[in-house]
Design a protein around this ligand. Structure first.
Ligand code: UD1
Ligand code: UDP
Length: 390
């Protein structure tokens, strides 16, 4: 009988990054996946899983509007504990640094079920940024039996924290598996770009101007980090407004995260501008399509920093520090924080200096080769064979 590996997803990035592991486990001769959602996100998670034609096999449905960190953490820990005791999978996989990832890992640790942490070892060494994610991943790694580090740098971070080397596996990041798979599907699609942009919520005039036969350049924006709530978001919005004011032809497409603390300032400060499209969060297939067409990205997202280099798109990272320094070192991303002067200065370079733009767009992706899930499943198959926990 095959042993069950429970994959725990709560938010959009976890779904994207565990979907390829799920697909790979389906082909295993000794293991089988079980997709469990904590429901930390609702609409955004369902939308993301749908892009991979996946549905959770069980859903703890925990999201509440404007949820707080302590409440959510407690609810995930309790609900996960009940589920684990009732179902006893052979192993649990968590991904990244969300409340779901940390609290589910802790629940599995208490239930004495081995945990694998996908995307282990990322560090800023600043507990305030990103907050609370830096703490979540710092707590998840030591209780994980398998730490799947995307790069040698993340492996070294784990070894420096005295995580035993036999628990650490350098695998690449599964996001590249997901991205390449989604991109190959795009190539088969023949949709009319203007019609597709319209379907995704881009207003008629902007769709013709930025997605028509001679498209003008436009910037893709995402933002949701808790440490930027308040003044940070006000500054981000003012910067976007100023970019559009200072560059006649440039447009902005901004799929706005559903967190009310993001929605409010973004819609108040950027709504109604004829060259800024504020749209609903995009399904992953559509978001990849938009990334492929934008001039560059302005984002505080972790996943976007990893994906954009595979599509030849520079990223200005609206954060003061990053756990993904490989991209900064390679030159694919640059940190601009939420300071309008820095955002405007770096945007001007990417819009005005064609040589610099071409050099940054041509860099190699340091985060993976598209075969990460296979490496993760191979480790699990080998180590779960005859496992005493099972
Ligand atoms: C969470 C993660 C963050 C991750 C991000 C991905 C934590 C602490 N934060 O942040 O690391 O980068 O997801 O997007 O785990 N909401 C909806 N519908 C949805 C999703 C969210 O309405 O589908 C609203 C709800 O009001 C919810 C709020 O957004 O209470 C915040 O959601 P939450 O998951 O707590 O935080 P995120 O900011 O999304
Ligand atoms: N993404 C998406 N739709 C959007 C915006 C982002 O599918 O409208 C994808 C993006 O490609 C990336 C992931 O969501 O893979 C990043 O999610 P988010 O920024 O919410 O979280 P983070 O990566 O910062 O944890």
């Amino acid at each position: 009988m095959k042993k069950t590996v429970a994959l725990i997803v709560g938010t959009r990035p976890e779904a994207i990054k565990l979907a390829p592991v799920y697909q790979t486990l389906l082909r295993s001769e000794t293991l089988q996946p079980f997709l469990l959602s904590t429901g930390q996100h609702r609409e955004m998670l369902a939308q993301t899983l749908a892009a991979f034609e996946l549905k959770p096999e069980a859903d703890l449905a925990l999201m509440q509007a404007n949820q707080t960190l302590p409440d959510l953490t407690a609810r995930v820990l309790q609900a996960m504990t009940c589920w684990l005791h009732a179902n006893r999978p052979s192993a649990v996989l968590v991904q990244g640094d969300t409340t779901t990832a940390f609290a589910a890992a802790l629940a599995a640790f208490y239930a004495r079920i081995p945990v694998g942490h996908v995307e282990a070892g990322l560090r800023t060494y600043d507990f305030a940024a990103p907050w609370p994610e830096e703490m979540n991943r710092r707590l998840a790694d030591p209780i994980s039996r398998w730490c799947f580090a995307p790069t040698t740098l993340s492996r070294d971070n784990l070894l420096a924290e005295r995580i035993p080397s036999e628990r650490v596996h350098v695998t690449g990041n599964t996001v590249i598996d997901a991205l390449l798979w989604m991109r190959s599907r795009q190539r088969q699609a023949t949709a009319d770009p203007v019609a597709r942009a319209r379907r995704c919520g881009i207003p008629k005039v902007m769709a013709a101007r930025y997605f028509g036969s001679a498209p003008a350049r436009w910037i893709l924006v995402t933002g949701h980090r808790r440490e930027s709530f308040g003044e940070g978001f006000e500054n981000i919005c003012k910067s976007i407004h100023a970019i559009v004011e200072q560059h006649d032809e440039i447009g902005v497409v901004y799929p706005v995260h559903l967190n009310p603390r993001v929605q409010e300032p973004v819609r108040r400060l950027l709504g109604g501008n004829p060259r800024i499209a504020l749209i609903e969060p995009l399904g992953y297939e559509d978001f990849v399509w938009f990334m492929d067409r934008c001039h560059f990205l302005l984002s505080d997202s972790g996943g976007v920093q990893e994906e954009a280099p595979s599509l030849g798109k520079p990223v200005l990272v609206m954060r003061t520090t990053t756990e993904r320094p490989e991209g900064v070192t390679a030159g694919t991303s640059r940190l601009v924080g939420t300071d309008p002067a820095a955002i405007l200065h770096e945007s001007r370079i990417l819009l005005g200096d064609t040589t610099e733009y071409a050099a940054r767009a041509a860099l190699r992706n340091p985060y993976g080769d598209g075969h990460t899930s296979g490496r993760i499943v191979a480790v699990l198959e080998r180590e779960l064979a005859g496992d005493t926990f099972a």
